[in-house]
Design a protein around this ligand. Structure first.
Ligand code: PBG
Length: 327
């Protein structure tokens, strides 16, 4: 079947034909919006490298959650800014820490919005690493019980999904057992399985005040050159009880998203990270590209690659666009 019998332009002629022929659907329910929650009241401290985002106190976070729920956004993922940091990251697993506090408020205000709780120590440790230290190395096995405590604290506060982002070996199994023992067998785990040591986390570390105070995260996050290893990470996390797996960042790792989806056929999340957001925002602010179209194209490509769910800072501005796409 070749030209002129075949003319692929026929199905591109009008918005209605394009909508009919479109292979990839993207809806607000596929999106999860990150929120950075801090102590205090009426606080909304803008994050310079992430225009449109701020560190927000729980009351303000509640307003954001209500707006997102009204737009049909699927969920929010919470990151906490503790009152103080220490070597063991204590506020990460304190029952009255900032994240459990936010979870309780949000669950009350927006019961149908899914609340994801990111589990990691980096926002809570004074050294900024994702686990406790032994000398200048992150001690994997001593970190595990602390992550499990955090997961249980968040689940007990009402989190709908637990999402460990620390990249310690064995954490999914340890967290699964801890949740089961705490009678939270129904709480799903979204494993940040293939999380790469990425330059694209830069703005997040400003937002979460979580930059490592020495060294970097290459001793626990993945080497960007590796894809086979990502499949091993995913396989292990699934064996340990992960309900959904994540690839992060998204755009530089679309091949990994595709391979994970094809190999395992499980629910896959992708994190369109802070640097991916900041790049588009910066270019749009300079008038160098159409920010809305670039965001839409980015999110569509992540879905097309195989992600079921996308964590993205674009959720709030893109959700209304999805409703009137090509209208
Ligand atoms: C915490 C964590 C990070 C991100 C999500 N969870 C930062 C990091 O690993 O340094 C990055 C998210 C983003 O850049 O948007 N471990």
């Amino acid at each position: 079947m070749t030209f002129p019998a075949t003319r692929l332009r026929r199905l591109r002629a009008t918005p209605a034909l394009r909508a009919m022929a479109r292979e990839t659907a993207l809806t607000p329910a596929d999106l999860v919006a990150p929120l950075f929650v801090c102590h205090g009241e009426n606080a909304r401290r803008p994050i310079a490298s992430m225009p449109g985002h701020a560190q927000v106190s729980v009351d303000e976070a509640t307003r954001d959650a209500e707006a997102l729920a009204a737009l049909g956004v699927g969920g929010v993922i919470l990151f906490g800014l503790p009152a103080s940091k220490d070597a063991e990251g204590r506020e990460a697993y304190a029952a009255n820490g900032i994240v459990p506090k936010a979870i309780r408020a949000l669950k009350k205000a927006t019961p149908d919005l899914l609340i994801w709780a990111d589990v990691c120590l980096c926002e809570y440790t004074d050294h900024g690493h994702c686990g406790v230290l032994n000398g200048d190395r992150v001690d994997n096995d001593r970190t595990l019980p602390l992550l499990a405590r955090a997961a249980v604290a968040y689940a007990e506060a009402g989190a709908d999904l637990i999402a460990p982002s620390d990249m310690m070996d064995g954490r999914i199994g340890v967290i699964r057992r801890a949740l089961d023992e705490a009678e939270r067998a129904e709480t799903p785990i979204v494993a940040y399985s293939a999380k790469y040591a990425s330059a694209f986390y830069g703005p997040f570390r400003e937002a979460a005040e979580s930059a490592p105070q020495f060294g970097d995260r290459r001793g626990y996050q993945m080497d960007p050159a590796n894809a086979e290893e990502a499949l091993r990470e995913v396989a292990l996390d699934l064996e340990e009880g992960a309900d959904m797996v994540m690839v992060k960042p998204a755009l530089p790792y679309l091949d990994v998203i595709r391979r994970v989806k094809e190999r395992f056929g499980v629910p896959v999340a992708a994190y369109n990270v802070s640097g991916e957001y900041a790049m588009i925002k910066a270019a749009a602010q300079n008038g160098w590209l159409d920010g809305e179209r670039a965001a839409l194209e980015t999110l569509t490509s992540i879905r097309r690659a195989g992600a079921d769910v996308i964590l993205t800072y674009f959720a709030k501005e893109i959700a209304p666009v999805l409703e009137r796409r090509e209208a």
